[in-house]
Design a protein around this ligand. Structure first.
Ligand SMILES: [Zn+2]
Length: 282
């Protein structure tokens, strides 16, 4: 009996995706977004509502300050807003009520101010785990948590709450990674090609006085034909839909119970499994 091996593709059968994640909600985000939008690159911006609040009465403002509440919905309209906790503590030092407060309070304020649902998280100072912490975060409705651990690979994540990015935007190996990401050595055996994700993180203030380097990065990774540009949550939604596909034991019958169209490759064939539909392979 033949077995039908399935390979995930991104929307429109693209085999590559790029996503960005920027922390803290600095005013420099605006300048960054102006560049990203020109290259159709999507980003997730991780905000600390409590830090925005604190700035109203602070004696000293870091990195030119943060985008105020009244402006965040408009400033980030083309991108995702995610949580970075309420006041940016090291979560591993808190007890569970403290962790829950940091997540729920941040979500509540950001959701109230933007009218959006906020279910993504970037860990302040990266991920340092205390016992039960990830469980607690998940119970607060968080669907993914981005760390600061560079994998320098393009793997699709399995553990969404310990989602390690490919690299920081100023990684010394950035150019090598770009070259590897776009290399076409997989073209010889397209049926074996795995979908690749390039996941870059950083802070917009790091570009202060060197906006040219953002432009250069975008030239390298933006406006490419075979690339899906998506926010962190769009990536999670999509790969979750792919993993929710139901299949017969030999893989021949595929049912998509989700509300997202899923694109796959079966051998050399591209197959679209539309939302709610069943496909029987030939
Ligand atoms: Zn931060």
């Amino acid at each position: 009996m033949e077995y039908y091996e399935l390979n995930m593709r991104f929307p429109e059968f693209k085999s590559r995706a790029v996503t960005l994640s920027m922390d803290d909600g600095w005013k420099f985000d605006r300048q960054m977004i102006e560049v990203l939008d020109r290259y159709e690159i999507k980003c997730t911006f991780n905000l600390n509502a409590g830090s925005i609040e604190e700035e109203k009465t602070a004696d000293y403002i870091w990195h030119g300050g943060r985008i105020p509440y009244e402006e965040i919905a408009e400033a980030y309209k083309n991108h995702e807003i995610a949580s970075h906790t309420y006041t940016h503590p090291q979560l591993a030092f808190l007890d569970m009520p403290g962790v829950a407060y940091q997540i729920i309070k941040d979500r509540e304020v950001l959701e109230e101010k933007t009218g959006r649902i906020v279910e993504g998280l970037a860990y302040p100072f990266g991920l340092s785990e205390s016992k039960g912490m990830i469980d607690c975060i998940e119970k607060c409705g968080i669907r993914y948590g981005r760390t600061t651990v560079s994998t320098r690979n393009f793997n699709i994540p399995f553990d969404y709450l310990r989602w390690h990015p490919t690299c920081h935007m100023f990684d010394s190996k950035f150019d090598e990674l770009v070259e590897k990401f776009f290399s076409s050595d997989d073209i010889k055996r397209p049926e074996k090609t795995k979908a690749k994700l390039f996941f870059i993180w950083g802070h917009s203030y790091e570009y202060e006085n060197k906006w040219d380097s953002l432009e250069q990065m975008c030239e390298k990774i933006g406006n490419r034909e075979n690339v899906w540009y998506a926010t962190n949550m769009e990536i999670i939604d999509y790969i979750s839909a792919y993993r929710t596909l139901r299949r017969s034991v030999n893989g021949k019958i595929i049912y998509n119970p989700t509300n997202i169209d899923v694109f796959v490759a079966v051998g050399k064939e591209n197959v679209l499994i539309k939302k709610g539909e069943t496909v029987v392979l030939k």
